[in-house]
Structures are given as structure tokens and as C-alpha cells.
Write a protein that binds this ligand. Sequence first.
Ligand SMILES: Nc1ncnc2c1ncn2[C@@H]1O[C@H](COP(=O)(O)OP(=O)(O)OP(=O)(O)O)[C@@H](O)[C@H]1O
Ligand SMILES: O=C(O)C1=C[C@@H](O)[C@@H](O)[C@H](O)C1
Ligand SMILES: [Mg+2]
Length: 165
Amino acid sequence: MDKHKNITLIGMPGAGKSTIGVLLAKAVGGAFIDTDLLLQQKHRKLLQQIVDELGFQGFIEEEGNTICGVSPEHAVIATGGSAVYYEPAMKHLREISEIIYLRLPLDEIDSRINNRATRGIALKDGQTLASLFEERTPLYEKYAHRVVECGDKNPEQVLRIILER
Ligand SMILES: Nc1ncnc2c1ncn2[C@@H]1O[C@H](COP(=O)(O)OP(=O)(O)OP(=O)(O)O)[C@@H](O)[C@H]1O
Ligand SMILES: O=C(O)C1=C[C@@H](O)[C@@H](O)[C@H](O)C1
Ligand SMILES: [Mg+2]
């Protein structure tokens, strides 16, 4: 499989993986896969309910195994923000796709997430958005083939940067 036929988007919740992903898929003529939606369809439940039922570690493994089962020919894959906690899933994505990290400053992420309690963020006990950002940033950087700065940009501007090579 030519891994450059697939693109995976990673980043914090609210970074725009789903919003940009569908625009990008349309622009490159590929399919769009949102692994959050695959999980919801599989469980027939909303993400928040799945996180609540499985707990942090259970959710990470379930999400990771779902990602390991995704092997498209030509697609944009929007992952959940917590995908980077499961190394086998990230190794798989690195093999089948180019991974792009949508990077955004913490204050912009904060202002985009207005449904924090129900969005299904995989938080450990007592964890804040700021500590989550600090913990995950090195993981997103580690697994990304490419980083795209999304601060102060609208979706069309981000899309244009991704398509410029
Ligand atoms: N430049 C931008 N790019 C993408 N989304 C933007 C942008 N500016 C504002 N938004 C808004 O920010 C939110 C991004 O949410 P989105 O669901 O795409 O994030 P996500 O990375 O998929 O998050 P999650 O990890 O929770 O699935 C949307 O409400 C979108 O309208
Ligand atoms: O960033 C997160 O912790 C998450 C984001 C969502 O997209 C989902 O993948 C899930 O609810 C966890
Ligand atoms: Mg999303």
C-alpha cells in the first residue's frame, strides 16, 4: 500500500481533525473516515457513554483496536484526540498513512471546546485541559510526519496549507 495515498489527522480535541478531515477528503478525492464515528457505530452509544463505561484505559484500548482495523486505500482518517496513547495504533497509522498534527495553542483549544463535560474527552482523574495539553503535545510531535500550525486560521486556510507541499 502506498502510504501517501492516506492522510491521518491527529491533535487535541477541537483542533479540527473532523472539520478539516472532511474538507481534505473532498479536495483530494478520497474517502473520509472518522474513527470516533466508527467507535460510536460499533457500540451504538455516544463517545461520552463509551468513555464512562470503559474507563480511561478501557477506552484507549478499544479506540486503539478500532484504529488498527482501519486500512483504507485512499482516505483521510480523522482520529480521536486520545489515539496517541495507544502505540500499536500509532505505528499502524504511520505505516499506512502520512500523519499530520494539527497544532493549536492551548487558549484557542480552550475557547473551541464548549461542551467539555459531554464531549467524551479521555481525562484521567483530576486532569485539566492544560495538563492534558502538556502531556499529549510530545506524543503528537513524536508520531507526526508533518506539523501544521492552525492558530488564527480558518478551515479553508488550514486546508490550503495542508495541500501545499
Ligand atoms: N480553523 C479551524 N479549523 C477547524 N475547526 C475550526 C476552526 N476554527 C473554528 N473551528 C471550530 O472548532 C471546532 C473543531 O472541532 P472538531 O470536531 O473538528 O475537532 P476535532 O479535532 O475533530 O475534535 P475531537 O478530538 O473531539 O474529535 C468546530 O466547532 C469548528 O467549527
Ligand atoms: O481527546 C480525547 O480524549 C477524545 C476525543 C474524542 O475525539 C474521542 O476520541 C474520545 O471521546 C476522546
Ligand atoms: Mg473529531
